[in-house]
Design a protein around this ligand. Structure first.
Ligand SMILES: [Zn+2]
Length: 356
């Protein structure tokens, strides 16, 4: 028995002593013909097995051999365009060459509770092709367990310290993770292990950020600035030229993004740690969510006039297409996808017509 297998088995035995019988929460995804297999994140980190933090991993394997790519959404569960875009991919598209792994909701525990900002109901009902369907709008972080509290500050194992102690529960501050660590560390370890074991050539972590417009808070009479991160494609500094080329292509299709790169030394972020620790070429996409500004009042994450969900999902789907279209060039082995609606189809049909 090799060392990795021994460690995995030992961790499973250790974890199994405390684990409940099954994972507690999942979002509604109705896989189409293109989904050829299903795994769990706990297949890559056995410490997640049976916990509230395990989540399905969908496999879309083409008939022709090719590269491997990995898309994950729902790191921050209130960034709702991500899980919706991933669900549209899983329900409509198929891979003809290579293999695509998809996690539509990485942080299921965060998705199982309402957003702490208190702006948006936990359940949003939409009318899809198959009738009424519940979309969840969750919290940014993994919830505290009964009796738990946040430390004064968050210290990443690298020594990097964040002044907001609740960031120990932020999945995108805890890469590369720890196999039997905190819930966020265990999830991050699972992602890294999936990348290593499946020889993932490139990955895309799908997010939303605070919308750029300033907001007026009638409770205080103050105006607060918007965010600066939305409409961006972020990568490790090693791959910034590729991100810029992707952005030029996307501009021709009516999608305007700005390139950003990880800040060396700001530890725990997916694109930095994956770029540093593996051969996988990492990207992170950001569309604007109008309900994410801490001071927004009455914001609607689906029907906002400036940033409707259809526009944000259409942008994410165009990013998926651009990213996978470049997989051959980026990794040396292509992944080819069919059946994904493009921006004009989403604008014509709306988003919900593309969910079963
Ligand atoms: Zn995010």
């Amino acid at each position: 028995m090799n060392l990795r297998r021994f460690c995995g088995l030992a961790a499973l035995m250790l974890c199994a002593l405390t684990a409940p019988a099954h994972s507690a929460f999942q979002i509604d995804v109705r896989p189409g013909y293109g989904v050829t297999g299903r795994k769990w994140l706990s297949d890559y980190n056995p410490c997640l097995r049976g916990t509230d933090y395990d989540t399905p991993v969908f496999v879309m394997e083409g008939r022709e051999p090719g590269g491997t790519a990995f898309l994950f959404a729902g790191t921050h569960p209130r960034e709702i365009a991500g899980p919706v875009s991933a669900a549209i991919l899983l329900e409509n598209a198929a891979v003809s060459r290579g293999t695509l792994f998809v996690i539509p909701c990485l942080n299921v525990a965060g998705m199982s509770v309402p957003d702490a900002l208190g702006q948006v109901p936990h359940e949003l009902i939409v009318e899809t092709r198959g009738g009424k369907r519940v979309l969840y709008y969750g919290d940014r972080r993994i919830p505290l367990k009964a009796g738990e509290s946040d430390p004064a500050e968050f210290r990443h194992p690298s020594g990097y310290t964040h002044p907001d102690g609740s960031e120990w529960r932020n999945v995108n501050r805890n890469y590369p993770g720890v196999q039997d660590g905190t819930p966020a560390q265990m999830v991050c370890f699972g992602v890294m292990e999936l990348i290593r074991r499946e020889n993932i050539g490139t990955c895309l972590d799908v997010h939303e950020a605070t919308a750029p417009e300033s907001v007026f808070d009638p409770r205080t009479g103050k105006t607060h600035p918007g965010g600066t991160l939305s409409y961006s494609l972020i990568t490790h500094p090693k791959y910034i030229d590729t991100a810029i080329e992707m952005i030029f292509d996307l501009e021709e299709r009516g999608v305007n993004l700005k390139p950003e790169q990880s800040i060396p030394g700001f530890r725990g972020i997916s694109h930095f740690e994956i770029g540093e620790g593996t051969a996988c070429v990492p990207f992170l996409s950001e569309t604007p969510n109008p309900a994410q500004n801490d001071h927004a009042v009455g914001a609607d994450p689906l029907n906002d006039a400036r940033h409707p969900i259809a526009e944000r999902v259409a942008i994410q789907l165009e990013i998926f297409r651009e990213w996978l279209g470049r997989c051959g060039e980026i990794t040396g082995a292509p992944v080819e996808l069919t059946g994904l609606p493009d921006k004009s189809q989403i604008e014509l049909d709306g988003v919900w017509a593309w969910l079963r």
